[in-house]
Design a binder for this molecule. Structure first.
Ligand code: ATP
Length: 271
């Protein structure tokens, strides 16, 4: 465990909890937040038995092969009102930059919360806001990344094709020297989150997010609760134009009108 903590010595973390196995890092972080967790406190798990995605969907985190963590951000009084999607973007841009800078990969962000490599899902982000009455107590950003091939769920368990980071490394994924150090990757992601955290309302951040958006200028469909439908019918179709400064998605529909999708609970698919 101390070995895991050593990766984060240089970072201003409010605290770290590491679990070899846990139900969900999101639940642990929520409990910690209620218990007055410090800002930038981190929950890491080697394995999650009840990892969560959006809308109560399952997130698969088998042992020794994936990165699973939840990061607690306490509300800074100087920050403008929060939009959950902006925090998905904060994690997504940070993950992409870590993968680009240290592994020479070309990740993309499938709005609002997925990290794609080779057009398949290598990571997912879940953001939960915690309120005490009408006061925002904090935000928890949960991240799951498939690092080794054994972390990839079976095809029958996913709605969208999945892949691991190691399978996408520029040379042979089977070489033992090429195993990615999960916690080194996490330290690099946290460095980028620290860099961007106070800039999520800036044009620079929006540009960095937009530059990595999957399906830009392509025809896409937007679905609501895709998992619950056998033959899902799209809510909307059109060309993906980009995002707004609030992190909403911009689609140009067939009437040539720009439509803004603000809900982080929809699913995006290439048509
Ligand atoms: P989409 O928007 O494409 O429908 P999603 O972003 O809504 O997907 P989430 O709800 O965030 O997906 O994540 C849960 C879903 O992700 C699960 O229903 C399953 O299909 C898929 N999934 C679960 N674990 C993994 C994993 N380790 N790697 C890739 N996909 C996974």
């Amino acid at each position: 465990m101390e070995k895991v903590f050593a990766y984060f010595n240089h970072l201003p973390l409010g605290g770290i909890k590491y679990f070899n196995q846990i139900g969900s890092t999101m639940n642990e972080a929520a409990t910690w937040l209620e218990d007055n967790a410090p800002d930038f406190a981190l929950v890491i798990a080697n394995e999650q038995t009840e990892g969560r995605g959006r809308l109560g969907r399952k997130w698969f985190t088998p042992p020794n092969s994936a990165l699973a963590f939840s990061l607690i951000l306490r509300h800074h009084s100087t920050e403008p009102p929060h939009r959950g999607t902006l925090f998905s973007g904060l994690a997504a841009v940070s993950i992409c930059e870590a993968l680009e800078q240290h592994y020479d990969l070309k990740p993309q962000i499938k709005w609002p919360n997925d990290i794609l490599l080779s057009e398949k899902k290598a990571g997912g982000i879940l953001v939960e806001a915690h309120w005490q009455g009408n006061k925002l107590n904090g935000i928890v950003i949960g991240v799951g990344i498939n690092v080794a091939p054994s972390s990839v769920p079976p095809i029958s368990a996913v709605l969208f094709p999945a892949i691991s980071v190691e399978e996408c490394l520029p040379s042979s994924p089977r070489s033992s020297t090429q195993r990615i150090d999960r916690y080194q990757l996490l330290a690099w992601i946290l460095e980028r989150i620290l860099f961007w955290r106070n800039q999520i309302h800036t044009p620079h951040f929006k540009q960095s997010w937009e530059a990595r958006l999957a399906y830009k200028n392509q025809r896409v469909q937007i679905f609501q609760d895709i998992a619950a439908q056998t033959n899902p019918i799209p809510l909307m179709e059109g060309i993906l134009i980009g995002i707004t400064e609030n992190g909403s998605l911009l689609i140009r529909n067939d009437q040539n009108e720009l439509q803004e999708i603000w809900s982080g609970e929809v699913s995006l698919r290439l048509q």
